[in-house]
Design a protein around this ligand. Structure first.
Ligand code: ZN
Length: 345
């Protein structure tokens, strides 16, 4: 037994049971009085997009999110992020949930489908619009790329520079007449946001005027995630470090929508292939089905993923409950910081 595992076994998960210091979040906007007075247990969630088969990297993130919740006695919620109507497939919804269950992960309540929640997103958009915070944007991707290369104050490179924010009425009419579809953006006024991530520390960023509804009419990821996390009572977001760049925008939007403090965040390291690149299909047997074809059971895969974060030895096959009893998030902060893809926006 390594010292790390021993620490995991003997160490209590007490740091997960209260509202720890990392949950400071960022101070944004007016707090919703109801949200402020109701004690929020740190419910967690996993929110896969059904655009393909979950690979071991996705499964490890799901396992970690489940461990964060279950080790502290919290509820664990499941949400299917099927907003991308062009890429989402019903067969992947069923397959992904089956793979998660095979791994031994369970969840509370019904599976929430973003594709069924358009009314909630529309209401949130209307609330922002009523405060003058929404404007149409006719820019194409190429135009944004081009404009974003010019200096535009405090905004990070590559973000939306606000081209359509200050159009005159005549300019807006002209663009409307062109028939080109408009996206809807939120007026964030280059807000400076700092988010406390329990694994990565302070993440500071300037928030650009990001998209709420896309030109194709689909709801944008950032809006849906914030509305859903609030509606579901999610107080702790554990997800892959590749989503870190979306976090300051989402934390800001929580405040702008009057939801009070954003959830606590923990962005976990991505699983890498042997070549050091982010795990992908080209790395070989990377799904549960691939592993099954090699006579590796779901319990074997669970153990493999747990071993990769120091929760068990290679020859152990611990049950999920045993892993939850061993889990201590502080293990992750000590473990492999170089494996974290740390992009900021
Ligand atoms: Zn624009």
């Amino acid at each position: 037994m390594t010292s790390r595992i021993r620490a995991a076994v003997s160490g209590s998960a007490s740091s997960l049971t209260g509202r720890p210091a990392y949950a400071r979040g960022c101070a944004l906007g007016a707090r919703d009085s109801a949200a402020a007075t109701v004690a929020r247990v740190p419910d967690g969630r996993y929110a896969p997009s059904p655009t393909g088969t979950l690979h071991l990297g996705n499964l490890r993130t799901a396992l970690l999110a489940w461990l964060f919740s279950r080790s502290s006695g919290s509820r664990f919620l499941m949400r299917v992020e099927d907003l991308d109507t062009g890429r989402s497939r019903e067969r992947f919804v069923a397959e992904q949930l089956a793979d998660l269950a095979a791994l031994g992960l369970d969840w509370d309540g019904p599976v929430v489908r973003q594709s069924e929640r358009g009314e909630r997103y529309a209401a949130a958009l209307a609330a922002l619009d009523a405060r003058g915070l929404v404007y149409p944007c006719w820019c194409t991707r190429a135009e944004i790329r081009q404009a974003a290369t010019a200096p535009h104050g405090a905004l990070p490179d590559g973000t939306y520079p606000g081209t359509c924010r200050e159009l005159t009425a005549a300019e807006s009419r002209g663009r409307e007449r062109s028939g080109r579809p408009a996206a809807l953006r939120v007026r964030a006024d280059a807000a400076q946001v700092t988010v406390e991530d329990r694994l990565l520390g302070s993440i500071g960023s300037v928030v650009d005027d990001f998209v709420l509804r896309r030109t194709d009419g689909d709801w944008a990821y950032n809006l849906a995630v914030v509305v859903d996390d609030h509606a579901q009572g999610v107080a702790e977001v554990v997800r892959g470090a590749d989503l870190l760049e979306t976090t300051p925008r989402q934390a800001w939007l929580h405040g702008a929508l009057g939801y009070g403090a954003p959830p606590a965040y923990a962005h976990v390291p991505l699983l890498l292939g042997a070549d050091g690149a982010r795990l992908a299909k080209r790395h070989g047997a990377v799904t549960l089905a691939d592993r099954a074809a090699q006579d590796r059971s779901a319990a074997d895969v669970r153990a493999e993923l747990a071993a990769s974060v120091g929760l068990c030895a290679a020859d152990e096959r611990p049950e999920p409950a045993e892993l939850a009893a061993r889990f201590d998030a502080s293990l992750l902060t000590a473990w492999s910081p170089n494996a974290v893809t740390r992009r900021r926006s």
